[in-house]
Design a protein around this ligand. Structure first.
Ligand code: PLP
Length: 398
């Protein structure tokens, strides 16, 4: 259509599988009845935010601080930046200054302002399939291009392949651990190892090659796995994240981006100035005012992890019982099994859909012959979905 740009025409045509499944879910519910549809396609955190957040909101509504609804500094309120700096310092084990934190409209807003700030036309950003599909848009919207570098059979980064994929145009790599869609957590030492590779690349290019940790699931981890830190591992590291998942605030759009304190003060200031500028010019201006205030004292809390763990265990053991080859997820709220032998992800997804089970084909994340299942669902739904999956797999063997 001539009514939208060529780039957006293409983007719409290739539009996200997740959205497509969402729409198919609506159709399927009409056809089969809602009680016969088992939707494991969406990762919408259903748990309610912590009490402290609700108490704050109540107080803010009863007694709004003067000026709270006005324009503000584009980086956010000083006390909210202080809160988030404290939270990051605690979870990364390195002191981050409030001045280095820019509050954003979610991790998605953080990605967009960061890419807008650092990319030159034609720059490359390495992503590791299977990856969160919106990365493609966050990068191409700002003149860059993603370069997918496959992970190994346990979905771990392949450092040699990454080294080989680096060119004079490589500007950044995006890491996402705990990972959407696989639920895997990267080993702690990967950041320093990758840092060595990126340091060489930065020297060759004469400009920083950034290591970005997109980590909205950081606090959604099980089994006491220790999650490493980009901030302590490499001097051109960036954290972008949000409270969408751990505080259950996805619709409120509250997140942040910060460079590592290992970066020189001058470089940090320039970068943060750029981020503040693009937060404004991309039209976000700032993270939502009331919500900035409402998270004060609530960061670092986590929604009920037992709720997630029980469902992780159910889904994982259920998939293993079905005979599927699946890496045990240790974080986030997804599993990413291989499809049964001889059936690709499109066929498997279609067969499951006939039984009312909605999943997302792996090719939507850049890795075919897998499907993503979310376990943000009622236990009954998971149970019934697993029964249906087992039935479909039995049918395939006949
Ligand atoms: N990054 C990953 C890996 C995600 O899964 C998501 C949301 O699902 C985001 C970023 C965006 O999160 P936010 O809602 O904070 O913008």
């Amino acid at each position: 259509s001539a009514f939208v740009s060529g780039q957006i025409n293409t983007a719409i045509a290739n539009s996200s599988w997740i959205r497509r499944m969402f729409e198919e879910g609506v159709t399927l519910r009409e056809k089969l009845g809602a009680e016969n549809v088992f939707d494991l396609s969406i990762g919408n955190p259903v748990l309610e935010p912590p009490q402290k957040f609700r108490d704050n909101l109540k107080k803010l509504a009863a007694n709004p601080p003067p000026g709270i609804h006005r324009y503000m500094s584009n980086a956010g309120f000083p006390d909210a930046r202080e809160e988030v700096a404290g939270y990051i310092s605690g979870s990364h084990g390195i002191k981050v200054a409030a001045d280095d934190v820019v509050l954003t409209c979610g991790a998605a807003g953080a990605s967009n302002i960061f890419m807008r700030t650092v990319l030159e036309p034609g720059d490359e950003v390495i992503v590791l399939p299977p990856y969160f599909v919106e990365y493609g848009a966050y990068v191409s919207q700002h003149g860059g291009r993603i370069v997918p570098v496959p992970t190994d059979d346990k979905f771990m980064p392949d450092l040699d392949a990454i080294r080989a994929a680096i060119t004079a145009k490589t500007r950044a790599i995006i890491l996402n651990s705990p990972n959407n869609p696989t639920g895997v957590i990267y080993p702690k030492d990967i950041y320093a190892k990758l840092g060595n590779i990126l340091r060489d690349a930065s020297e060759k290019q004469g400009r920083p090659v950034f290591m970005i940790s997109d980590e909205p699931y950081r606090r959604l981890a099980f089994d006491d796995v220790e999650i490493g830190s980009v901030l302590t591992s490499y001097e051109n590291a960036i954290v972008m994240s949000s409270f969408s998942k751990d505080l259950g605030l996805a619709g409120e759009r509250i997140g942040f981006v910060t460079p590592t304190p290992l970066m020189s003060k001058e470089a940090r200031q320039t970068l943060v100035n750029g981020l503040i500028m693009t937060n404004r010019t991309l039209g976000y201006l700032n993270a939502p005012a009331i919500i900035q205030k409402a998270i004060i004292g609530a960061t670092g809390q986590t929604v009920d992890m037992d709720w997630y763990r029980e469902r992780r265990d159910m889904l994982y053991s259920g998939l293993v019982d079905c005979g599927l080859d699946v890496v045990r997820p240790q974080g986030a709220f997804f599993a990413f099994p291989k499809t049964p032998a001889g059936v690709d992800d499109m066929e498997f997804t279609a067969k499951l859909k006939e039984e009312g089970v909605l999943v997302v084909p792996g090719r939507g994340f850049g890795r075919a012959n897998h499907v993503r299942l979310s376990y943000v669902a009622e236990k009954k739904t998971l149970e019934k979905a697993l029964n249906k999956i087992q039935g479909v797999i039995r049918g395939l063997k006949k």
